[in-house]
Design a protein around this ligand. Structure first.
Ligand SMILES: Nc1nc2c([nH]c(=O)n2[C@H]2C[C@H](O)[C@@H](COP(=O)(O)OP(=O)(O)OP(=O)(O)O)O2)c(=O)[nH]1
Length: 131
């Protein structure tokens, strides 16, 4: 069986908030909110991919902290895995793939329209009690 392509999502936590990013593309996902991240490239570790994607998409330096238990199927052949992460340098900006960012408190988490798979992923982050 072919291995699924892993998409890493970052649950970037800071100041008691979680960073959510609104997708600007493709059209079927645009306007929905997700954890920033992207596909792990061949030969790359998921942690390394997470650092690379956060740099490309948000212009920041971040580090993974812990894997969030679970994985969530995306489109066929793709699976989402999530790590908590923290900022080391920079202020996130929607440079690529996103047109808006929001830092959400636990009470604001469900104010945004998360992509379907991200609802379960965000619940798993919340269950960690890492805030
Ligand atoms: N990054 C990310 N992608 C997600 C999440 N939930 C979800 O369904 N997806 C989907 C959207 C895309 O179809 C796919 C990830 O693609 P992407 O466009 O973010 O990845 P990438 O930056 O590596 O893509 P590319 O432009 O290099 O092709 O997974 C999520 O929380 N984070």
């Amino acid at each position: 069986m072919t291995q699924p392509i892993v998409v890493v999502g970052a649950a970037l936590l800071g100041g008691g908030r979680l960073l959510a990013a609104r997708r600007s593309a493709p059209p079927e996902l645009a306007g929905r909110w997700e954890l920033p991240g992207g596909k792990v490239e061949p030969g790359e570790s998921p942690e390394r991919a997470l650092v690379r994607e956060l740099h490309e998409e948000l212009g920041v330096t971040a580090e993974p902290v812990a894997r969030v238990p679970g994985e969530w199927p995306l489109k066929p052949g793709y699976v989402l895995r999530v790590w908590t992460a923290r900022l080391l340098a920079g202020t996130p900006e929607p440079l690529e793939d996103h047109d808006e960012l929001r830092w959400l408190t636990p009470g604001e988490l469900w104010d945004v329209d998360w992509l379907d798979q991200d609802v379960a992923a965000v619940e798993a982050v919340l269950a960690l009690g890492a805030w």
